[in-house]
Design a binder for this molecule. Structure first.
Ligand SMILES: [Zn+2]
Length: 282
């Protein structure tokens, strides 16, 4: 992706090097087990890995200034340009639909972070918290994409950012709130199916972003995003982790579905073709 020297977002909050555990939510998390804390992550997986107890993260040593490597700094700048691009795209798409887009913040963190949705560690991967309307990313995920998921390339990372911003779009449109209300009234399997639809729609929105940004993409860029989407399908991740896949437990969709909806967003670039909730076969 062509990005160097392009506009960066004003909405990046750099919290790298700060320990997340002891901040805003410290000590107040006793009720975490009862309060339903919703976050929207890129990856499925075991939810108990997701939100961490403050007592463990509090032990992390505080350091006041974070020394980023040149590579990390470049990735931080890249993510900031991508965020600025999402702001432009979604402001325009919302306007076309008679709506006003409200830009989310993007928090860069290392290891652990305190959010309005609870404390989280990098293990969960990038995520969005509707409680504070912020996207959270530990930039080490770029390396993970490359090494663990075999999905290298800057546009793979752009897809990750755009997927999380897609959850913010869902929040603004009221979709995620409606879905979480519904989820509390249905069986676990049905709640999971609703989660899949929400996640596939976030992939669709990532495709919409790519479509509107295509003037900055070269021939291989979108392929990088597709490779990432393919690598993080529930079936693929479960087979890698345990040797088999259990469809009722899918929360993000299969690799094929994630690729399909990302492609669809890239094809249409609008809101209306992204209705995963009324799509046949889902
Ligand atoms: Zn997601």
């Amino acid at each position: 992706m062509e990005w160097k020297g392009r506009k960066q977002s004003k909405n990046v909050e750099d919290q790298r090097g700060k320990s997340g555990g002891g901040l805003a939510l410290g000590g107040g998390l006793g009720g975490l087990g009862i309060i339903i804390v919703i976050i929207y992550a890129l990856l499925g997986g075991n939810p108990t890995d997701m939100l961490n107890n403050s007592s463990t993260t509090q032990q992390t040593t505080q350091s006041s200034s974070y020394e980023a490597t040149a590579e990390e700094q470049e990735m931080a700048e890249f993510v900031s340009v991508v965020l600025a691009d999402t702001e432009e795209v979604w402001t325009e798409v919302f306007k076309e639909n008679g709506l006003t887009y409200k830009e989310p913040k993007l928090v860069l963190f290392t290891n652990s972070v305190a959010t309005a949705c609870g404390n989280a560690t990098s293990a969960i991967g990038p995520f969005y918290c509707p409680g504070d309307q912020k996207v959270y990313i530990d930039l080490s995920f770029y390396q993970e994409l490359k090494d663990q998921f075999k999905a290298p390339g800057d546009f793979a990372m752009a897809y990750v950012v755009a997927h999380e911003v897609g959850h913010h779009v869902q929040y603004l449109l009221g979709t995620s709130t409606k879905v979480s209300q519904k989820q509390s009234q249905v069986s676990k399997a049905e709640a999971n199916r609703l989660s899949v639809k929400l996640e596939l729609q976030a992939d669709y929105y990532a495709g919409v972003f790519a479509k509107h940004n295509s003037q900055y993409l070269d021939a291989s860029d979108f392929e990088e995003a597709v490779r990432a989407a393919n690598a993080i399908g529930d079936d693929t991740l479960q087979k890698q982790a345990q040797g088999y896949a259990v469809p009722d437990t899918f929360t993000h969709g299969t690799s094929a579905q994630r690729v399909e909806w990302l492609n669809k967003g890239y094809k249409y670039g609008d809101l209306e073709h992204g209705d995963t909730f009324n799509a046949s076969g889902l």
